[in-house]
Structures are given as structure tokens and as C-alpha cells.
Design a binder for this molecule. Structure first.
Ligand code: ADP
Length: 604
């Protein structure tokens, strides 16, 4: 070869657009052309240490299987493979992946293979387009939505599996038919509109309508339609993505129905709902809340500030304290208070609310329900007035009755007139009982009207226990045992605490057999005196422990009422103790006796 032809071939080799790599049968690269360097963005000089036979991926995939099998020197076209840049060349700029179709052939001298020529055609772009198409096809195939393409005349061109399932037509049946096979008769004009939009290149998103299947069974759908263009951007058809939204619609209907039910329930219960967004200080009311507050929805601007103005001045403090406690998480928002409507009417409302906190436990929202309870309050008031009046009226005759009976009893006693004495004694007992009942009724009415007064003074609670027991033992069927008491001084209404003790001891005896004893003790816990009254009687089931302190509550687990009483004693006792800043509770098991405990702050 002359020098000129050498240069000529070298130039053609270098300028050839086909990437070419020439290597020896040992794997050493002998020469690469510009196209090869461009393909991988690697310079030939950097390939010095690269041996093609040691390139694992080539060995496993491309050309090597041929060489291994004993390459005879034929031209082999290798299948398109995804190559990565030669591994041993760690050049940052080296291209990572290319799709190549390769051809390999030998250069022989005297029948012996001197060199191998590997020529690559970069088909990455084509491959990627293919891959994309494949991906798209598999998405279409596996999509839960029906994906249908149609031409501008509305003739179906493609029809995926979900379309088959949704509409009941197989691919063969559907293709070539008009898209209106999926559209109920009365909705067919929709299709004309859709096509006219598509022709103007306007896509349609999430259009909710109704379609039907082969059996004309209708179902709600959401359809998105996009224009399909050819290579030149000309609109040639449309792609429909149809989603069956039966389930969503059912859920929607269910939610709407349940909202409707809730609304009816709220209306029936005359309940208004309010929502206070604390962070934005935004308050919203339902119509009912407006009418409860006697304000006009169109004129009254709902805000916490304006709501405050409607609260009765005497109840404001209590309402704010409750809100504050609720937001701190120390109390539940359940409150009854008065409001004054703009027309000057006083109304009682009852409100309950739940507080919602953010992830840092900071309250952000208070959601509540309000109802008007003016009428209930009025009835309650009337009842209380009657109770108060009746017990007052009864008290006068009973006091004189008691006086006369005492007198009679003492006279008969002096005369040692046994039979009449016994009768007088019984009358006296019943009179005392009647007096106690009337006193209880009076106390309840005092509590209800907030008129229970305490005359507080310092006294020795242990001495009071002793005195009370001494006074009551004679008329009590059970033996009362007072545990060794220390002297504790408390500050309170001695008469009222005596009343609590009497109530607890009377109950202890009433609810136990006469052969069991009652144990009373006074101890100290922190800065409180703790008084306990224990019996070994019928006991109280756990779920009743709180309720027995409610007004008029009596445990009722026997078919016939066995024990006398009104269910007021514990209610009164609780009010008295709480007015002293103390606590009262019971520890008991059914059939195992009860221990009633109350605490009173110590006076240091
Ligand atoms: P009552 O007048 O009915 O005794 P109280 O308010 O004193 O009313 O008590 C309420 C209810 O609590 C009683 O009806 C009774 O069921 C229950 N109870 C109170 N004390 C005891 C006790 N020591 N043992 C068992 N049950 C009791």
C-alpha cells in the first residue's frame, strides 16, 4: 500500500460514521476511529490497558460467545444489545449506556486471523423510542381504566383489556365500531360535542357522565379525552381514558346520606354546630346556632369576640375558665350557661365541644354542639322552687311535732309508764326520720340554687368523729369501731361535716348485716385529713361507684326496693365536701363491703 492510499484509507476509517474498533485475537485494541471515540467519549490513548477479552459484559453478552466457540472468520451480525462503556476505563465523561447493533468480521493474513473488526451502529434513540412505546403499551394493557382511541369520525381504533371488561365488547368486536356503542342513546349528542372540541385541539379532563355496556347496563364514569396527532402535528383522532366511578359515587352517596341523617338528627335535637379555628381565630356557625342566639344570619358577624358579647355577664367568667381548661386539656368542654339575645331575652344553652390538637399537641380547633335548654331550665327551676317551698312549709310543723313528742317521751319516761313510753319512742324515731328527709330536701334545693352556705371555723376532725360515733352508736345496730385517731385540725363547717359522717355511718349500717362492724379512721395524706368509713355489707359494683353520688341515684339490682331512702344523702355529702375543696369517693366490690373516703384540707 502506498503512503497515499494509506492516508486515504485512514481518513475514510476515521471519518466513517460507523463506530469501528479493531482488536487482536488477544483482546488488545489496535485501533478505533473517531466515531468510536465520539460514541463513548473516550480517547484511544486511554484504552491502553483495556483488554476487550477481559471486559466481563462483552464476554457475557456480545461478541465473546462467538470467539469462544472458535470464531472461524465469518461476518457475524450481533443482536442489538445494551452496552455500557468499557469498564476498565474510568473516564468521568464516558458515556454510560448505549444501544448498539454490532457486526464483527476478521482480517486474515494467510488464513490466520490477525485482527477482528467490531463495528457498532448506535440505535439507542430508536431503542428508547421502542422502549417508550412498549412501556406505553404495557401501561395501556395493564391500566384499570378503559383506554380507547378513535379517529375523528368516532370509529374505534384501539381497545384495551379494561375496555373489554368495562363495556363487555372484545377487542375484535369493538375495533371498527363507532364509539357511541358505549354511549346511552339519550347522551349521544355529547359525542358530537366531544369530537368538535377535539378537532379544535381542546382536551377534556375528568368529565363525569354515564356510559353503558353491551347489555345496556349504565354506570357512572369519569372520562378524559386528548387529541391524537400524526407526525406533522395534525389531529387525527382522540384517546379516551374512561374510569368507572360506581364505587366512588356509592361512597359519595353514602356520605351525603349520612350527612343528611346527621342534619336531620341535629335539626330534630335542635342542635347547632360550631367550629372554632383557634389559629386563625375563625368561628363558623350552622343556621341553628344563629337562631339559638337570636341573631340574624345576614347581619351578625360571627366571631369569638362577638359571641362573647352575647354571654350573660354572670356566666362569662365560668365560660372562659372552661374554655381555658379545655384548651389546656385539663377539662372536657361541657357547660350550661346563659346568653342574652340582642332583643334582650335571656336563654339557657348547653354546649359540648371537642378539642383537636396539631402534631405538637397544640390545640388548633374546637368543634362543638349547642342546644337551647331554656325550657328545661325553667321546669327545673319550678321544681326546685316547689321543693324549696314544700320543705320549708313542712319544716315548721315537723319541728313543733318533734318538740311535743320529745316532751311527751320525757314525761312518760319520768312516770316509768312503759307501754306509752315505747309508743312515744317509736313516734319520736319516725319524727326524726321525717325531719331528716325534709332537711335533705331542703339541702338539695339549696344546692340547686347555689344557696348552700358554709359557716367555716377551725375544728378538730378526730374529736368530731368521736362525738358523732358516741351520739349515734346507741341507735345503730352495728358496732362502730373508731381506730386510734390522731388530732387533725381542719377549717370547715363542723355541722355540715357532721352531717356527712352521719350519712356515711347510717348508710354503712343500712347496707350491712347487724353482726358486722363499721370501722372509722382518720389519717393524714399530704396536707389533707383523710376520713374513711368502712363496712362489710353488700358492697357496690364498680360501674356504680361514680353514679351513687348523683342526685336521686340508688343502686337498683334487686327486683323489689329493699332499702329505704331517697338517694340524696351521697349527693349532698359530695356537694358539702367539694365546697370544702375536698374529695369523696368509694372503694368497694359487690358483696365485699364498702369504704367511703373523704378528704378535707388541714388547717396548719
Ligand atoms: P340512699 O338514701 O338511697 O341511701 P344515698 O345517696 O345515701 O341514698 O346512697 C345512694 C345509693 O348508694 C344507695 O341507694 C345505695 O344503693 C348505695 N350505697 C350508699 N352507701 C352504701 C353502702 N355503704 N353500701 C352499699 N351501697 C351503698
Amino acid at each position: 500500500m502506498t503512503k497515499d492510499t494509506h492516508i486515504l484509507f485512514k481518513t475514510i476509517f476515521d471519518q466513517s460514521p460507523i463506530s469501528t474498533q479493531i482488536f487482536t485475537p488477544d483482546g488488545e485494541t489496535y485501533l478505533v476511529n473517531n466515531a468510536w471515540e465520539q460514541l463513548w467519549n473516550i480517547k484511544f490513548a486511554e484504552l491502553k490497558k483495556y483488554n476487550i477479552l477481559k471486559d466481563q459484559q462483552l464476554v457475557e453478552t456480545g461478541i465473546m460467545p462467538y470467539i469462544k466457540r472458535g470464531f472461524k472468520g465469518e461476518v457475524v451480525s450481533l443482536p442489538a444489545i445494551r452496552y455500557i462503556a468499557p469498564k476498565s476505563v474510568s473516564v468521568k465523561s464516558a458515556v454510560q449506556f448505549r444501544w448498539l447493533s454490532a457486526t464483527m468480521y476478521p482480517i486474515k493474513e494467510d488464513g490466520i486471523i490477525e485482527y477482528l473488526v467490531l463495528q457498532h451502529k448506535d440505535i439507542t434513540e430508536r431503542k428508547e423510542a421502542e422502549e417508550e412505546k412498549q412501556l406505553f403499551t404495557s401501561i395501556v394493557k395493564s391500566s384499570r381504566d378503559a383506554i380507547i382511541s378513535k379517529n375523528l369520525d368516532g370509529i374505534i381504533q384501539t381497545w384495551n383489556k379494561s375496555a373489554e371488561k368495562m363495556f363487555g365488547f372484545t377487542q375484535e368486536e369493538a375495533i371498527g365500531k363507532h364509539i357511541t356503542v358505549t354511549v346511552p342513546t339519550e347522551l349521544r349528542s355529547e359525542e358530537t360535542e366531544i369530537i368538535s372540541k377535539i378537532k379544535r385541539g381542546i382536551p377534556i379532563r375528568h368529565y363525569q357522565t354515564v356510559r353503558w355496556n353491551k347489555q345496556h347496563k349504565r354506570f357512572p364514569v369519569s372520562i378524559s379525552i386528548s387529541p391524537v396527532t400524526d407526525m406533522h402535528g395534525k389531529i387525527i383522532g382522540a384517546a379516551n381514558i374512561t374510569r368507572d366511578i360506581t364505587e366512588e359515587k356509592n361512597t359519595e352517596t353514602k356520605i351525603r346520606e349520612s350527612e343528611e341523617r346527621l342534619r336531620i338528627a341535629l335539626d330534630a335535637g335542635k342542635i347547632g354546630v360550631w367550629d372554632w379555628n383557634i389559629a386563625d381565630n375563625k368561628l363558623t356557625w350552622t343556621d341553628k346556632v344563629y337562631s339559638i342566639h337570636g341573631v340574624n344570619k345576614n347581619k351578625f358577624k360571627v366571631s369569638f369576640q362577638n359571641f362573647k358579647k352575647l354571654i350573660h355577664p354572670d356566666d362569662k367568667k365560668r365560660v372562659f375558665e372552661t374554655i381555658e381548661k379545655t384548651l389546656k386539656g385539663t377539662a372536657k368542654f361541657i357547660i350550661e350557661f346563659r346568653i342574652i339575645t340582642p332583643a334582650g331575652k335571656i336563654r339557657w344553652v348547653s354546649t359540648q365541644a371537642n378539642v383537636f390538637c396539631d402534631e405538637n399537641n397544640k390545640p388548633i380547633r374546637l368543634l362543638g354542639a349547642t342546644s337551647e335548654i331554656t325550657q328545661q331550665k325553667q321546669i327545673e327551676q319550678e321544681k326546685n322552687d316547689f321543693l324549696s317551698m314544700a320543705s320549708h312549709e313542712l319544716r315548721t310543723p315537723i319541728t313543733s311535732m318533734k318538740m311535743f313528742v320529745d316532751l311527751l317521751y320525757n314525761t312518760l319516761k319520768k312516770e316509768k309508764n312503759e307501754k306509752p313510753l315505747y309508743l312515744a319512742h317509736r313516734v319520736r324515731e319516725q319524727t326524726n326520720r321525717l325531719k331528716e328527709l325534709i332537711n335533705n330536701l331542703l339541702d338539695v334545693s339549696r344546692i340547686e340554687t347555689g344557696k348552700l352556705q358554709l359557716n367555716k371555723d377551725i375544728f378538730n376532725i378526730s374529736s368530731l368523729v368521736h362525738e358523732t360515733v358516741d351520739g349515734i352508736q346507741a341507735s345503730t345496730k352495728n358496732k362502730i369501731e373508731v381506730k386510734k385517731l390522731k388530732n387533725f385540725r381542719v377549717f370547715g363547717d363542723k355541722y355540715r361535716i357532721y352531717q356527712v359522717l352521719i350519712n356515711l355511718i347510717t348508710n354503712a349500717s343500712k347496707y350491712s348485716d347487724s353482726d358486722t362492724k363499721i370501722i372509722i379512721s382518720v389519717s393524714r395524706r399530704n396536707n389533707h385529713a383523710v376520713v374513711s368509713v368502712q363496712d362489710f355489707g353488700i358492697g357496690i359494683a364498680q360501674d356504680k361507684h361514680k353514679k351513687i353520688f348523683d342526685r336521686l341515684y340508688q343502686v337498683d339490682d334487686t327486683p323489689v326496693k329493699t332499702f329505704p331512702g331517697l338517694g340524696l344523702g351521697l349527693f349532698i355529702s359530695k356537694q358539702i365536701i367539694e365546697k370544702h375543696d375536698g374529695k369523696i369517693w368509694v372503694s368497694s366490690k359487690k358483696g365485699k363491703g364498702s369504704t367511703f373516703i373523704f378528704t378535707l384540707p388541714l388547717k396548719n
